[in-house]
Write a protein that binds this ligand. Structure first.
Ligand SMILES: *Cc1c(COP(=O)(O)O)cnc(C)c1O
Length: 353
């Protein structure tokens, strides 16, 4: 196949997802809670009138307006929807010149690199500081000066480390960068922190969010907020019907009932310190502080993969990050689940130390 496909594609490996059947699923930052029965019935009633014989609204106007209203997005900014925020990352990178550079700290969200590599872009990653996982500001600034990246991704909070980078370092990067800076707020529902209020002051800033971690991962819906001049360009390469009718209708329905998700994310936030404290009482385990719905933790040297498998054999699926090396050596990541799921995880971990 080497004569058919681009070298970049041949060199890639596919994004693998472990089969979670029969396991307590604490690997993918999903909300563990379902909807009450009466809300499900109301949703089904709304679905009944969905015209599947017609193409969806290409602008998803109603849903876009709901998002703007609920999240108090100022009218001077535009919102573009994506089939998950993954698609927004892809669209943004597809719009760049083929010799463009893309910058993100490491460790970071894998899709930034995966999609940059696929498009043959020059992907630059700067290690976070060891110990607190904050940005290495001098190294970031030097790389920006030297390569003038077209796009910089900063996840706030960061995945997989869970922390919020220093606000002043982020602002300095936004100020210095001549290219776009995308603040990826996938974990905003758990964080109590956002750069949305900085939008009016910086014309190179984009805020990207998703409903996935909020509790709607199955719908595949992300969105990006920014100046009309930027969104206009991205809209040109967006496929016209990228948000299907069922997603438009269901997301609109769910967001109009966002009080439920607020309660659920609150419960998850209440469980987070419980899991954090339990992890840190276990011998040889160091849990890192998190503002997201997951916790990264370090295991004793060269034990991470063994511990991951031993936990899995006890029926709990988490995520083994250790193969990525660097700051993630010996690290595992667990998503905060229901209290009983978290307990099962802690028991399973304790059994194999
Ligand atoms: C999960 C995640 C996303 C992707 O979200 P989708 O909307 O489900 O595609 C983007 N960024 C970060 C940092 C994430 O952790």
């Amino acid at each position: 196949m080497s004569s058919i496909f681009r070298q970049e594609v041949l060199a890639m490996s596919a994004y693998k997802v472990t089969n979670a059947q029969g396991l307590i699923k604490l690997d993918a930052m999903e909300n563990p809670y379902n909807w009450p029965e009466d809300l499900k019935l109301d949703w089904l009633t709304a679905l009944k009138d969905c015209a599947l014989n017609r193409y969806p609204d290409p602008e998803a106007l109603e849903l876009t307006q709901t998002i703007k209203r609920i999240y108090h997005i100022d009218d001077q900014f535009e919102v573009m929807l994506g089939n998950g925020s993954d698609e927004i990352i892809q669209l943004l990178l597809m719009a760049l010149p083929s010799d463009a550079s893309v910058l993100a700290p490491a460790p970071g969200f894998v899709m930034y690199k995966q999609l940059s590599d696929c498009l043959g872009l020059n992907y630059l990653s700067i290690p976070l500081q060891a110990g607190n996982f904050d940005l290495d500001l001098p190294a970031m600034l030097e790389t920006i000066q030297r390569y003038q990246p077209s796009v910089i991704f900063l996840a706030y909070p960061n995945n997989p480390t869970g922390n919020l980078f220093s606000q002043s370092a982020m602002l300095e990067i936004i100020n210095v960068a001549k290219g776009l800076v995308v603040i990826d707020e996938a974990y905003a529902p758990f964080a109590d922190a956002s750069f949305i209020d900085a939008l009016p002051d910086h014309d190179n800033l984009l805020i990207m969010r998703t409903v996935s971690k909020l509790g709607l991962a199955g719908l595949r819906l992300g969105y990006v907020i920014g100046r009309p001049a930027i969104i206009e360009q991205l809209n040109k390469i967006r496929l016209p019907y990228n948000i299907n009718s069922l997603t438009q209708l269901s997301a609109n329905f769910a967001l109009n009932n966002h009080a439920l998700f607020d309660q659920q994310t609150q419960k998850i936030c209440q469980e987070r310190p419980v899991v954090f404290n339990q992890l840190n009482t276990l011998p040889g385990i160091i849990a890192y502080p998190s503002a997201a719905n997951f916790i990264l933790f370090k295991t004793p040297t060269d034990q991470a993969s063994r511990i991951f498998l031993a936990i899995k054999h006890q029926g709990v699926l988490i995520k083994d990050m250790s193969a990525q090396g660097g700051l993630l050596s010996d690290c595992l990541r667990v998503t905060i689940g229901k209290p009983e799921e978290n307990l099962a995880f802690i028991m399973a971990l304790r059994n194999c130390l």
